[in-house]
Design a binder for this molecule. Structure first.
Ligand code: ZDP
Length: 276
């Protein structure tokens, strides 16, 4: 099987063009095996390129633990560059079918070369049962969540996939490897959650660290950065355009007046290969 390894801000993916490759069966086990950093290729996720009946093309993503999230922000930028430069979808603005609905990336070009990708990530979903979270109806903004006898003030946003955001004074001090998995698997999140810790620097800049559902701490998370932009505005901590600084680099997030969240960032090739 031929594959391409790509990364967006150090969030790394194995892309397989299923228009050419016949993949049989158990994608979950396949993702776990290929994403393993010692016995496999190594990646945070596996991305499949598939035909679509409702959009230009379809993306499926699997986390390194085999679970299938609804969407992936860093992944869809890599996906868009791959299908554009590979002449699979030669449209600067394309419609991509995902489990979070149709997402619309726009490749930013210099000549015929993609230098970055801007994605219309759609509307954030704020209703508690849609995140999904257990409990009464309404939004979850600055609400207490008790983990191991410590109370965190959380704001929850779905960008198709669930995110639980906590504002802190210094992201470097957060023991994310301890708290992350506890929040991820907390009983209020029936489909688990991604976990973000945010330090607000000013009205247009924040630092973020992320513990990803099904992948652990990663260098970046696109949907998480989008959810963070929305959470900052819901708590009146920033303006509507925010640069999110992540361990892997920066993403520009804008919660536009039409209620859509736009994300702009890089997508890079690492290598192409063939499994044996
Ligand atoms: O929702 C989840 O289970 C995430 N781990 C999916 C991957 C999200 C990602 N980090 C992103 O950039 O949005 C790839």
């Amino acid at each position: 099987m031929k594959f391409t390894k790509m990364q967006g801000l150090g969030n790394d993916f194995i892309l397989v063009n299923c228009l050419n490759e016949q993949l049989a069966g158990d994608f979950e086990a396949f993702a776990r095996r290929l994403c393993d950093r010692h016995y496999g290729i190594g990646a945070d996720g596996l991305i499949l390129i598939l035909p679509s009946e409702t959009a230009d093309i379809r993306m499926r993503i699997f986390n390194s633990d085999g679970s299938e999230p609804e969407m992936c922000g860093n992944g869809i930028r890599c996906f868009a560059r791959f299908v554009y430069e590979g002449d699979i979808v030669k449209k600067q603005t394309m419609r991509v079918e995902t489990l979070a609905g149709v997402i619309i990336p726009e490749v930013i070009l210099e000549g015929d070369h993609v230098v970055s990708v801007r994605v219309d990530m759609g509307e954030p979903r704020l209703e508690r049962n849609v995140i999904p979270m257990t409990g009464p109806a309404g939004k979850v903004v600055n609400e207490p969540l008790v983990v191991d006898e410590t109370t965190y003030k959380i704001t929850c946003v779905s960008m198709g996939n669930p995110h639980c955001i906590t504002f802190v004074s210094d992201v470097e001090e957060v023991p994310i490897g301890v708290i992350g998995p506890k929040m991820e698997n907390h009983q209020v999140f029936p489909r688990r959650t991604n976990v973000e810790f945010i330090q607000v620097l000013n009205r247009n800049e924040v630092n973020m660290r992320v513990w990803e559902r099904g992948a652990g701490e990663t260098l970046a998370c696109g949907t998480g950065a989008c959810a963070t932009g929305v959470a900052c505005i819901l708590n009146d901590l920033t303006d509507r355009t925010v640069t999110v600084h992540l361990a892997g680099g920066d993403l520009l997030i804008e919660w536009a007046e039409n209620n859509h969240v736009n994300m702009t960032g890089p997508a890079e090739y690492v290598f192409r290969g063939e499994t044996v």
